[in-house]
Design a protein. Sequence first.
Lengths: 78, 274
Amino acid sequence: MRWSFALGLVLAALTVGCSKGGYGDWSSSYSGFSDTGSSSSSDDDDDPGPPPADDFDDGGFEEPGFEDDFDDYYDDGF
Amino acid sequence: MGSDALNRGKRLIEVEKIEAAEPEVLKAVELRPDDPEAQYALGFIRFRQGRFEESRKHFLRVLELDGGHRKARMKLGLIEARTGDFAAAERTFAVLVKTSLEDPLARKNHGAALRDLGRFDEARAELEKALELAPEYSDAHHSLGILESKRGDRKAALSHHQRALELDPGHVDAWNQVGVILARAGRTREAVEHFTTATALDPGYVPARMNLAEAHRKLNRNDLAIVELKRVRALDPRHPKVNGKLAEVYELSGRTEDAARARAAQTAIDTQGR
């Protein structure tokens, strides 16, 4: 049930579009959607597990190498 | 005459023709230097060009001429925050909150500045106030998620970012942050889904693309990691880490000559600076 909801969110996200980028900070030189990274690839056929939700418990484990983007100062345009 | 130039410039800004607007607005400022709207328009152009110091001067001038100019004060706070002066940003947004008590964006940005100063309780109160004013304000939930991440409570952070996505499925930053939390917890495959969605929504969003590359690398999908890293390099050729990461993944793939080239490019950037 929750997984269906998460998939719905993904589809809705792709439909709704982007909420950030109003400053032109990000280059538009690259166009088109990413054609990589889908979990449908062959090494990823096992159950991906439940969606992120209230069952989350990382037990203090931290996989390194990932970076936050904490820039959340938003604007309301011209 | 000055007002004609300003009106032409404003119309061009509104349709995102910033470079075309610049000569019109410069002319307007030259003819009417004490017109706050002309100063604001020039400040906005400099802001969009990333020329923050010049932009700041124009917004300060606007506020000398018209202390109640909300948008100039908002932009000033954004510049202060984005240049890392959170104390100044907090003061600027605090004035904005006092003069616009019912403005959720002012509350949200003030909360973010308080949070970035480590004043978490005050920040939470301000962000919750923003949500009282606008209960479906996804950005406020996202900011609360960052607050909880900074406090070290990943579960609470995840909950806020997920709420942001329920309210706004196009919230690119929230997709990325959920991905980061999952990836750090070792849920790499789920993280890939989130980073992929973020990059699909905004193909130029470099942080999510870097995280997607790292997730592919951890799943031993080195070819896919290389594709993503090359895309980052195309978007931002002087990115501070991309060539080093690319060198690592080339090494893992046995592509030693490519690795050497990427490492040399990284060294050049490290030496010359960005």
